[in-house]
Design a protein around this ligand. Sequence first.
Ligand code: FUC
Length: 340
Amino acid sequence: MNKDQVWKLFTLTNDNGMTVEFMNYGCIITKIQVPNKYGNFENVVLGFEDYQDYRADSFYLGALIGRVAGRIKGASFQLNGKTYTLDANDGDSCLHGGSIGLNQIVWEANPFQDNNRVGVHLCYQCVDGEAGFPGSVRIQVTYSLDNANQFTIQYKAETDQTTPLALTNHSYFNLSGDLKKTIHNHHLVLDSNRFAELDDTMLPTGMLQHVEGTSFDFRKGRELGQGLNDRSWQNQVANNGYDHYFIFNHKLVHQVVMKDFDSGRVLTIKTNEPGVVMYTSNTLTDGLRFAEGISRQYLGVCFETQASPASLHHEGFPSAILQAGETYDKQTIFTFSVEE
Ligand code: FUC
């Protein structure tokens, strides 16, 4: 456990002037400043103006979420013949690790620098039974930035008892810069053939749907706005937008490529995770004070690269179980560039 409860803010800066700012509290990313096609640096993630607002943030802005990101049905699961009960903090479900998740913990932070990158190791030791999950789990999350404008999040963990673990980051990206506009015109390529169908309580039904012929087909690229407005049943159950788990094909070099043509900014994501929850801030309320303006629906898009909590109740979903003695070793690389 980290004895130091003081909140600290870190800024990683590379030779190009790109910066990534985050706290040891919840490993929360508060700002990412990258240039547009004219060389102007602006922030491309949602973050509060007043950092105290992160304390009770039900939107998980920029946070490290877990132990299990996403919804666990009935806030319970069975493992090796035992039933475990978790906090029901989202209707009957357990969302993003329960009412005290990893996003509300002060992590031990150790900065480092090597030839190619600067970074911070963020460490936390989960206690057996914490938030209802079994196992004492030692987690090390490393944030690093290199001179190719690559921001890497590496997750390493070990547990003394077999347990579910699905860590991810909940940053809301908006490539327009400083919240100039919503994400409707962001153009997205997603390397996925199948997504998890949701029921009207936002839980996976257990069915995987093929994307072909739907607004979930981003294989050849489409603007997000086409799907936000299409009134399909699946987008309506998710409060008129995307809040779905896509399984990656892992056929392309990058699993996600998102462009904003006005600013010229491009974000690519490469990961060894089996899939991603894409959440288009459908339920983001109006009126929150962000660093560059006021919140509204569709102001950002999250790419929560992760294993699936639905695997705890259904067959055919990527497993979120970490075996005792096994090393959890995942990484997601966010690269920022510009195109004319
Ligand atoms: C996302 C979603 C949820 C939720 C939230 C803030 O990951 O899956 O529906 O509203 O985070």
